[in-house]
Design a protein around this ligand. Structure first.
Ligand SMILES: Cc1cc2nc3c(=O)[nH]c(=O)nc-3n(C[C@H](O)[C@H](O)[C@H](O)COP(=O)(O)OP(=O)(O)OC[C@H]3O[C@@H](n4cnc5c(N)ncnc54)[C@H](O)[C@@H]3O)c2cc1C
Length: 497
């Protein structure tokens, strides 16, 4: 293997970001790098972050983790999507599932066929009924299948996940150092980070530094002064209250996101407890009001004291500065509505490994990393704003603000295109595919005015037959699945550790 010039890699922080980064770096490079992770038991991790999206399965494949062992270790359940309740209006619900509805034609996506069915009075079924993942959410069914299965992700216990990945990383050569970082030492000429000083007096030197220190951004922000771009005018929630409760019913195979007067409530079911929280905007409700609102909408006994977390939505202007790359909350936070943060950790560390500067840092690599990361984050930002902005809700000052706020031009264009034509296109750096945009736009109440003319080459009878066949095959596929909780019991018990 090629001798690396930059081989001392230091990760600052051991939350989900730190340990995913360590696991992937250790698995990719093994002994060709010296990998050290510094974390302080005295500084807690953010401790939330328990809902994921399907690409996490690729991460685990790369790491060659056993899914059964992972599920048992992290108290995991399966996730087929998110149920958005009260978002379009109070009492109106829809599911953003991980699946694809119907069958596309090369010229036109399935939404055009579905729309034609609606407009020609052939079918009045909800769009989601053509999607197995959607239907499986509604029927609380799930199974991992070797072929022709459903797309899924996980709900997991963030603390247990970090522990699981720590064991993995240490097995592959990562060295964990316990200690509080008290100084970041820069080279006097280049401004590159040379070392980190710990409270114990120890100095840890490195060539490359991965900032996983959480919201504070100890290296990328405090030391390297990389600016933070504030997006709170578009994503105004800036606080959360989190609490765990006892389980009172079998776990659902989806996350619940319930819009409330000045924010939204999450409910994430694990095997033996439920993670809950309220994300809210402090301009429209105090911490005490938020706590009261959350607690009155919980099921099951509280297992801990509700905890307040403060944040500013936005992103770093550069995610890689000099010899430091920011991964996780140190790089920015969009808010957890679509469970994208763990995914961004996975994407950023993967991108860093793909662009790994083994031969010395080249500005072209840094620029490429920053371009890709920024575009990806901007697209996710637009997708999240969509949920708040396209709403019929005007019942509280918070919802009136969201409905009438200015939004990025890139989002306005996507909504207009869909409203006028039913068309959606995925951009180069889009995380969310066409199907996600369609589900959320329809769910939030954007009804396209027209559909693609290729569908008009079909007679009413042919279209009726197509839609009926697709709907029946979707139902049959879902009806064959076991109940989600039964599958978890079977799957985790059949784990051979
Ligand atoms: C309310 C809320 C809900 C969320 N829900 C989701 C979700 O459902 N899905 C999802 O994907 N993401 C979610 N996220 C985001 C997710 O929690 C984070 O992306 C993830 O936990 C990674 O955090 P982190 O590792 O960057 O930071 P942290 O968890 O804050 O870890 C920081 C680490 O740095 C260490 N550290 C800090 N300062 C020092 C120092 N001076 N010396 C030594 N060590 C130090 C700490 O000890 C800790 O180990 C949510 C976030 C919030 C706020």
């Amino acid at each position: 293997m090629k001798e690396l010039k930059l081989k001392r890699v230091v990760i600052a922080g051991g939350g989900t970001a730190g340990w995913i980064s360590a696991a992937l770096l250790a698995k990719s490079f093994g002994k060709s790098i010296d990998l050290t992770l510094i974390e302080s038991d005295a500084i807690p991790t953010v401790g939330v972050g328990e809902a994921t999206i399907p690409p996490i399965i690729n991460l685990h494949k790369v790491l060659e983790l056993s899914e059964k062992e992972f599920m048992s270790r992290v108290n995991g359940t399966f996730k087929l999507g998110i149920s958005f309740e009260n978002w379009r209006d109070v009492g109106e619900n829809y599911v953003h599932s991980f699946g694809f509805a119907g069958k596309s034609n090369w010229a036109a996506g399935f939404q055009h066929f579905w729309l034609a069915g609606q407009k020609r009075g052939i079918d009045s079924t909800e769009y989601g009924n053509y999607c197995a993942e959607h239907l499986a959410c509604r029927k609380e069914k799930f199974a991992v299948m070797p072929k022709n299965g459903v797309n899924y992700a996980y709900h997991l216990d963030a603390g247990l996940y970090a522990k699981f990945l720590r064991e993995f990383s240490e097995k592959y050569g990562a060295v964990r150092k316990e200690g509080k970082i008290t100084g970041v030492n820069l080279h006097p000429d280049t401004g590159y980070i040379q070392s980190l000083s710990l409270e114990s007096g120890e100095v840890v030197e490195g060539d490359l530094f991965v900032d996983c220190s959480g919201f504070r951004g100890l290296l990328i922000g405090d030391a390297l002064k990389t600016e933070y771009e504030d997006w709170s005018h578009w994503l105004p929630c800036n606080s959360a209250i989190a609490v765990q409760t006892e389980t009172v019913r079998p776990p659902l195979p989806y996350t619940r996101s319930i819009a409330r007067e000045f924010g939204w409530q999450w409910r994430i079911p694990l095997q033996s407890r439920v993670g809950n929280g309220l994300v809210f905007c402090s301009e429209y409700g105090s911490d005490d009001e938020a706590k009261e609102l959350l607690v009155k909408n919980l099921e099951g006994k509280l297992l801990n004291e509700p905890r307040v977390i403060k944040f500013t939505t936005g992103t770093r202007k550069q995610h890689w500065t000099k010899n430091c790359v920011a991964i996780g909350l140190s790089s920015g936070f969009l808010e957890p509505l679509e469970s994208t943060s763990i995914h961004l950790i996975q994407k950023s560390i993967t991108r860093f490994i793909q662009l790994f500067p083994y031969d010395g840092i080249k500005q072209s690599e840094v620029d490429e990393f920053n371009r890709q990361t920024r575009e990806e984050v901007q697209n996710i930002r637009d997708f999240i704003i969509l949920h708040y902005h396209v709403t019929d809700r005007e019942d509280t000052p918070f919802w009136r603000y969201c409905k009438y706020m200015d939004v990025p031009e890139s989002l306005t264009h996507r909504i207009k295109l869909f409203r006028e034509t039913g068309k959606v296109f995925k951009k180069e750096m889009d995380l969310f595919a066409e199907e996600s945009w369609i589900q959320v736009m329809l769910g939030q109440g954007v009804t396209p005015e027209s559909y693609h003319p290729v569908v008009d080459s079909m007679t009413d009878d042919a279209l009726r037959e197509l839609l009926m066949e697709l709907k029946q095959s979707t139902e049959q596929k879902v009806d064959r699945l076991p109940a989600h909780h039964e599958f978890i019991d079977y799957y985790c018990k059949s784990n051979v550790m």
